[in-house]
Write a protein that binds this ligand. Sequence first.
Ligand SMILES: Nc1ncnc2c1ncn2[C@@H]1O[C@H](COP(=O)(O)OP(=O)(O)OP(=O)(O)O)[C@@H](O)[C@H]1O
Ligand SMILES: [Mg+2]
Length: 243
Amino acid sequence: MLEIKNLRAGYGAINVLWDVNLNFKKGHLTAIVGPNGAGKSTLLKTIMGLLVPSQGEVVLRHETGNEPRNKPLSSRRTWDMAELGISLIPEGRLLFRDMSVEENLTLGSFPKKQRASLAHNLERAYALFPKLKERRKQMAGSLSGGEAQMVAMARGLMAEPCILLIDEPSLGLAPLIVQEIFSILRKLRQDGVTIVLVEQNTHLALDVADHVYMMRSGRVILDQPADQVDIGTLHELYFALEA
Ligand SMILES: Nc1ncnc2c1ncn2[C@@H]1O[C@H](COP(=O)(O)OP(=O)(O)OP(=O)(O)O)[C@@H](O)[C@H]1O
Ligand SMILES: [Mg+2]
């Protein structure tokens, strides 16, 4: 559904991603694991058009009728992504602290075609995250880490994405909350949302994913269906010293 071909990108003169090839299949949950600084967040930012690749392309394949169509995303602006059905739940959540839970969620509904279904989408978000309904008037800045992650996820879903990119949802959260977040990811996948999950916890990632990529130093060093991944080999690659 989303294909990344020979991608190179970075920050000014510093290149981070080196010839990265990835394929995110429709209806699948694809996990991207890898140590700090591997380039995982840089990859998601490049997909979203926040960084301009110096080489390669990101292609969205979607079907209209029976005809598959390819749309290169590289020349698209970030604000077009929501209209195209791509939503990013960023690392660190990035909520508007001085706005209420509900105001944060409403902002997720900015694509024109979703504005009409705002009320319906709010109800759907509250059904998925009942705790947020109780806290709809609370300022986002006073939420716990787990609640803030839930708002970030619910906000990402307000645009009714067909592809959800999630950057380290478990970061800094207690195990019980992490379990809750992951059971919601499973449910979304069952509902047919295509998910790309960046996750440091390899056990969690393997458990929930259909396909796993590992990145290190800006390169893809493992590309396997989740049920074929050997956790021992994965950890050796993860912790191996830089050559
Ligand atoms: N805004 C920036 N300007 C310059 N370099 C950056 C910037 N953001 C990230 N980098 C560098 O790019 C490299 C990849 O960073 P990135 O955030 O993509 O890694 P990551 O895999 O997401 O790591 P983590 O697991 O810690 O989130 C790092 O060396 C980092 O220092
Ligand atoms: Mg990151």
